[in-house]
Design a protein around this ligand. Structure first.
Ligand SMILES: Cc1cc2nc3c(=O)[nH]c(=O)nc-3n(C[C@H](O)[C@H](O)[C@H](O)COP(=O)(O)OP(=O)(O)OC[C@H]3O[C@@H](n4cnc5c(N)ncnc54)[C@H](O)[C@@H]3O)c2cc1C
Length: 402
């Protein structure tokens, strides 16, 4: 076996899942991350059945369940009338998957778990405060320049994977377009310990349609045994951070959402830009893009990280098979050929439609949407088909068939 490592830029969840999948196959990996540590900002938490199957194959499922919350159901509500529109239950997928449920597990916990597992492999290393600053590609490998407090040094590898997030240095170095658009509004995430399930009977994942201000709620396990709820809202285009994040504004937003006596305790306030973009190519020569460096989307439906983990698993499978001599190098072209259209069909299309459904303003269209959701949830075959698509199982089965 070729002992030159695969270099991975980014120790976010996608980078370290890729590294673990490669290391478990005996492939040497070197991961470099620009930050000092894993980013624990409130971002993805929803892990869908197709992803859980993959994490199970990597031996991570039990730990993910231990550190997260099992959420078999999710709901759609009409926010203005506080009316439950439809509930979907992943239990209906019991004959389709070994994981007929979702796990709400914060993405930084998944990244930490992988980094912990990687320590068992002498042929793997994960380096923080080590930004990838430039790359040079040769016929037999890549030279990656990595920064550090002691200055830059060059690391040689067989291939490079850019798992360095939406602003990917690797993608920019390759001059690959990031095609798509950025929404004019930003999204606000407020994290509170207030128990919406106990007080209002909501599921652990809920989407609220509202012509004035849609919202979404997710329960996460939190830390030190203290569960938390993340409430997501759109901001108005042009609003400053201070206007959105000040204490009076965040309190008013939560009180308008679900009025209660006394103030809301808020652990965390976070505002971020939202995009729908896909890289023009997921591969150039010996360099591959995976996760947010290859595609970004709005978080309604919880698909971005899931799709990134699917990239990670497929890419690690292809690269390890090639390096172990099980497949020809030309098979690596399958990565872009399969993953890029799958992202467009399953992640971009669904998340754009999900946002449109929640923010719909026309009363007749809103009612028609509710009617469709209700009918879908009541008919077992439609209920199953809906969840096969939203949980990405359909995309994974399609990929396996290819
Ligand atoms: C509020 C919010 C909620 C979300 N909810 C969901 C959800 O429920 N479900 C879901 O599937 N997705 C969700 N997403 C999307 C999800 O967070 C991302 O898809 C996920 O973080 C992608 O992981 P990644 O490893 O590709 O990138 P990142 O997590 O962004 O990690 C990239 C890493 O690369 C490092 N890096 C950057 N530049 C360099 C460099 N030059 N050299 C080396 N390292 C570098 C960074 O420090 C970082 O550690 C959400 C996103 C947001 C913002």
């Amino acid at each position: 076996m070729d002992r030159e490592p695969i270099i991975i830029a980014g120790a976010g969840p996608v980078g370290v899942v890729t590294a673990l999948a490669l290391a478990q196959r005996g492939i040497p990996v070197k991961v470099f991350d620009a930050a000092e540590r894993v980013n624990d900002a409130p971002r993805a938490s929803t892990l869908h059945p197709a992803t859980l199957e993959m994490l199970s194959a990597l031996g991570l499922l039990e730990d993910v369940i231990d550190q997260g919350l099992v959420a078999p159901t999710f709901q759609f509500w009409d926010r203005p009338t506080k009316r439950l529109v439809a509930e979907f239950d992943h239990g209906i997928l019991k004959d389709d998957t070994t994981c007929p449920f979702v796990v709400q597990c914060e993405q930084h916990k998944l990244a930490e778990l992988c980094i912990g597992r990687l320590k068992a492999f002498r042929h793997s290393e994960v380096n923080f405060s080590a930004p990838v600053v430039s790359i040079a590609e040769w016929s037999d490998g890549v030279d990656v320049t990595v920064g550090s407090s002691a200055g830059n040094h060059v690391v040689h590898g067989r291939y490079l994977i850019g798992a360095d997030g939406g602003r990917s240095t690797v993608r920019k170095a390759l001059d690959i377009d990031f095609e798509g658009y950025t929404f004019p509004e930003r999204f606000l995430v407020l994290t509170t310990p207030f128990d919406f399930a106990q007080e209002h009977g909501v599921a652990f994942r809920v989407y609220f349609s509202d012509p004035d201000e849609w919202s979404a709620l997710f329960k996460v396990a939190g830390k030190d045994g203290r569960a938390a709820w993340r409430a997501v809202f759109p901001t108005l285009p042009g609003q400053s951070d201070e206007e959105v994040l000040n204490e009076a504004a965040t309190e008013a937003r939560l009180q308008k959402f679900f009025p209660k006596s006394g103030r809301y305790e808020i652990f965390h306030r976070n505002i971020y830009s939202v995009h729908q973009r896909v890289a023009a190519s997921f591969q150039k020569g010996r360099v591959f893009l995976a996760g947010d460096s290859a595609h970004v989307n709005n978080p309604i439906g919880g698909l971005g990280l899931n799709c990134g983990i699917h990239d990670a698993v497929q890419l690690a499978g292809l690269l390890s098979s090639v390096l172990l001599g099980e497949r020809p190098e030309s098979d690596l072209a399958q990565y872009d050929a399969i993953r890029r259209p799958i992202n467009i069909e399953y992640v971009q299309q669904q998340t754009i439609a999900n946002k449109k459904r929640l923010e719909e303003k026309d009363p007749a269209t809103r009612e028609a949407n509710f009617d469709t959701l209700r009918k879908t949830s009541k008919d077992p075959a439609s209920h199953r088909a809906f969840l096969m698509r939203t949980s990405l199982l359909e995309s994974v089965r399609k990929q396996s068939a290819v």
